[in-house]
Ligand binder design. Structure first.
Ligand SMILES: *Cc1c(COP(=O)(O)O)cnc(C)c1O
Length: 388
């Protein structure tokens, strides 16, 4: 089979990049490579694999495919999205400083403020609604800028290109957590990011049955350092999880198209509902960063947040009455999930910070799945009826 080209279409790369039929049996889907060790033809002479933590064929297949989808040269897979963060932060030396967008993923915030700080790495959190806000926060020892866009759960959009310029002017690397968009809707490397990371647990695997992470870069030096740390720290995914994630990846294009289509319809429906105070979806012209989202993304994704009228009691009844839409944390699976950030994903954020970030008690975040959209709208309609 011909290797995929960078110019090949997304769906083609998603299916074929790194995925070569087994040369011995011809198996179109290569077998899961479970062996922890690899036979050498002479001492120190091997086929590219010697020990499975350092490198594994099934993991390599996945790493190659995600790199191809992000327009990057190098991919590295990890045991979770959080271990990607931990591994990247381990590349910073004591006395380093980093700047992060203020409403970064909760686990990332926790790592920065309660783990990295113990290794002498300090983080500053900045509201990046306007990219220029970052300017006064650079220090001589600022090594890294960490972005997430759209942010969670209020779906604000940060201008990746503008932040990349500021970061590079100060000699800092830019890392973008692209979990919410997936490689299908946004490619941060093309916008100037040095490293793009994903919680594979979400859209990339897409079936809510694998916890895994990945980092992609075009920078050889960064790649070699992260590969060294991947092997040294050892937070690698199992071959079986790598296989499942590779399998999930094959349908990423059609899943993302359907997620976005359904999300747009759900968002438009919610905008017309009398008990809905505000709908936050970057694909709606009412979204404050709609123009930036159109410029920076290839689509608007599957996450919709909205504010209900009334109180947390109304929200609780609403969430309890849903039939198909499941009350649970996480996102990006084929099934619709819904949650109340103030008492679930963001409960550990102080009430004061929640207020600053717009995470009110009546804010609801929905990961719109790929079910029949009429059923989703019907489910929401019926549950809202019971909640008021
Ligand atoms: C879930 C998530 C993570 C953490 O990934 P895990 O796989 O749960 O460790 C990081 N960033 C974002 C945006 C996420 O949604």
């Amino acid at each position: 089979m011909a290797p995929t080209q960078p110019s090949s279409g997304f769906g083609t790369r998603a299916i074929h990049a790194g995925q070569n039929p087994d040369p011995v049996t011809g198996a179109v889907i290569p077998p899961v490579s479970l062996s922890t060790t690899f036979k050498q033809s002479a001492a120190g002479v091997h086929s590219g694999y010697d020990y499975s933590r350092s490198g594994n064929p099934t993991r390599h297949n996945f790493e190659t495919a995600v790199a191809a989808l992000e327009g990057g040269k190098y991919g590295l897979a990890f045991a979770s999205g959080s271990s990607v963060t931990a591994t990247i932060l381990n590349s910073l030396h004591t006395g380093s400083h980093l700047i992060s967008v203020n409403d970064v993923y909760g686990g990332t915030y926790r790592y920065f403020t309660r783990v990295a700080v113990n290794n002498g790495v300090e983080a500053t959190f900045v509201d990046l609604d306007n990219a220029d806000n970052i300017k006064p926060h650079f220090r001589e020892n600022t090594k890294l800028v960490w972005l997430e866009t759209p942010t969670n759960p209020t779906l604000r959009i940060v201008d990746i290109q503008a932040v990349a310029k500021h970061a590079h002017a100060h000699g800092a690397l830019l890392v973008v957590d692209n979990t919410f968009m997936s490689p299908y809707f946004q490619n941060p490397l093309a916008l100037g990011a040095d490293v793009v990371v994903h919680s594979v647990t979400k859209y990339i695997n897409g079936h809510s049955d694998v916890v895994m992470g990945v980092a992609v870069t075009n920078n050889k030096e960064v790649y070699e350092q992260l590969q060294f740390l991947q092997n040294s720290i050892g937070a690698v995914p199992s071959a079986f999880d790598s296989y499942l994630a590779r399998r999930g990846l094959m349908t990423l294009e059609v899943r993302m198209q359907r997620h976005a289509e359904n999300a747009m319809q759900v968002a438009k429906f919610l905008e017309t509902h009398p008990q809905v105070e505000e709908v936050i979806y970057p694909g709606l012209p009412s979204h404050p960063n709609h123009e930036l989202a159109k410029r920076q993304q290839h689509g608007f994704g599957g996450m919709v947040s909205f504010r209900l009228r009334g109180t947390l009691d109304n929200v609780n009844v609403f969430l309890g009455q849903l039939q198909y839409i499941t009350l649970a944390e996480s996102l990006g699976g084929v099934e619709s999930l819904i949650e109340a950030p103030a008492v679930m994903t963001h409960a550990s954020v102080s009430a004061e910070d929640r207020a600053k970030l717009g995470i009110s008690d009546t804010l609801v975040r929905m990961s719109v799945g790929i079910e029949n959209v009429d059923d989703l709208v019907q489910d929401i309609t019926a549950a809202l009826e019971k909640a008021y």
